[in-house]
Design a protein around this ligand. Structure first.
Ligand SMILES: Cc1ncc(COP(=O)(O)O)c(C=O)c1O
Length: 398
């Protein structure tokens, strides 16, 4: 046993860890990092109690699709659990190339690179191209993966008001005409459900010779023909230089991709540290993404069901006059504006067996504290009945 006077003194880092308010409050209110012991369709179970999941991003409900599950099992049998190394060093496998070719063709680009997380893909979509001397123009409400990419690039970043091309135009007017510029946008903003005003941003990019990066994590699989994403939705695929997205939404897997012209993908493979130094996507993750991509194209009924569910869900929220921040997509926030209201609303939904996520400032702009919900193709009519009843109850509690 260590003698008391030989005990290691607390470092400033230990003190910071032990006095952190954010962690103390999170643990006290038990709002995040829940563990479920079982999942089936839209249902999850915690301590034996069943909940309807109303915040996952399984938009097309493919998590339990038999073909997708089978593809993952087959890949493990054939290739094992992992390729245990970065592709630059240990090489990719034929299944990486096949998925990249299928994804590139689907989104309408020449080439693609797949990553083991959407976060890595989206960070690389910035670090792979931005140089310290460039100027980045980023929406104020960008996802953390893109913000990390921006920070790591070392380039100066100007933030424009959310989805506001007029503000971007003003910021551009202060800059030198010939400096290299990159716009960083999301196709569908994940918290708000807003679709980017891509036609206006593309117009500005043309005027200012800017390179355009779009993170379409929440548009891919949902918008455009067959779910090709936001660029296809607006017919602007050729005008956007880089499209990145995650597999953890419509493709019901994990991983992500960056798609662009062949020379841009080759350039990214030389310059993005997240591409060079991170291990390759596993065989099973690659196989499930590839199969989900095929299902997406061959079984349109999943998207049809998603939009049918979305219509009913929206009408439930509208009838209750809940503020959905003008969401246009299956990612729908319920804005309550104060963290206390958000907490009681969330608790009331939980009481009724509906699982959602709280998002409060600084995660969202001040005054926009919200419950983040997302509808899926796999929600049944009975699920929607239960959701409707729970929403009425939660509304009565605030
Ligand atoms: C807009 C956006 N980009 C990137 C990511 C990262 O994807 P993943 O969670 O698959 O790593 C997410 C996921 O939350 C996202 O919402």
């Amino acid at each position: 046993m260590a003698l008391p006077f030989l005990k290691r003194a607390k470092t400033p880092i230990h003190q910071r860890i032990q006095s952190d308010d954010a962690t103390r409050l999170r643990l006290k209110y038990d709002t995040y990092y829940h563990i479920f012991e079982k999942q089936e369709g839209t249902r999850v179970w915690k301590e034996g109690r069943e909940f309807i999941m109303l915040s996952s991003n399984d938009y097309l409900g493919l998590t339990h699709h038999p073909k997708v599950k089978e593809a993952g099992q087959r890949a493990i049998q054939e290739w094992g659990a992992s390729t245990t190394g970065a592709r630059l060093a240990n090489g990719g496998r034929i299944f990486h190339r096949e998925l990249e070719e299928e994804l590139a063709a689907f989104v309408g680009k020449e080439a693609c690179h797949v990553f083991s997380a959407g976060y890595l893909a989206c960070a690389s979509a910035v670090t792979g191209f931005a140089d310290r001397k460039d100027i980045l123009f980023a929406d104020k409400n960008l996802h953390s993966s893109l913000l990390s990419g921006i920070k790591l690039s070392g380039a100066r970043c100007e933030r424009f008001a959310h989805n506001n091309p007029l503000h971007l135009r003003e910021l551009l007017s202060y800059e030198e005409k010939n400096d290299a510029k990159i716009f960083v946008l999301e196709g569908v903003y994940s918290m708000e459900g807003h679709i980017a005003k891509l036609p206006d941003f593309v117009e500005l990019a043309k005027e200012h010779r800017a390179f355009v990066v779009v993170d379409d994590a929440h548009g891919f699989g949902v918008l455009g023909s067959e779910g090709r994403g936001v660029c296809d939705h607006f017919g602007l695929t050729d005008e956007v230089d880089v499209i990145c997205a995650s597999f953890s939404k419509s493709l019901a897997g994990s991983g992500g991709f960056v798609a662009s012209n062949q020379d841009a993908i080759d350039y990214m493979r030389s310059h993005s540290k997240q591409t060079i130094f991170s291990a390759a996507l596993t065989p099973s993750a690659c196989a499930t993404a590839k199969e989900a991509l095929r299902v997406l194209q061959s079984e349109p009924e999943h998207r049809e069901r998603l939009f049918k569910n979305l219509e009913r869900y929206r009408s439930i929220l509208n009838e209750l006059e809940l503020d959905t921040w003008e969401s246009e997509t299956p990612a729908i926030p319920i804005v309550l504006g104060e963290k206390e209201k958000v907490y009681y609303f969330w608790k009331a939904l939980l009481e009724k067996g509906i699982y959602t996520i709280i998002s409060i400032a600084p995660g969202v702009p001040p005054g926009k504290d919200l419950i983040r919900t997302a509808i899926s193709a796999s929600h049944t009519d009975q699920d929607l009945d239960r959701i409707e009843e729970a929403m009425h109850y939660a509304k009565s509690k605030i």
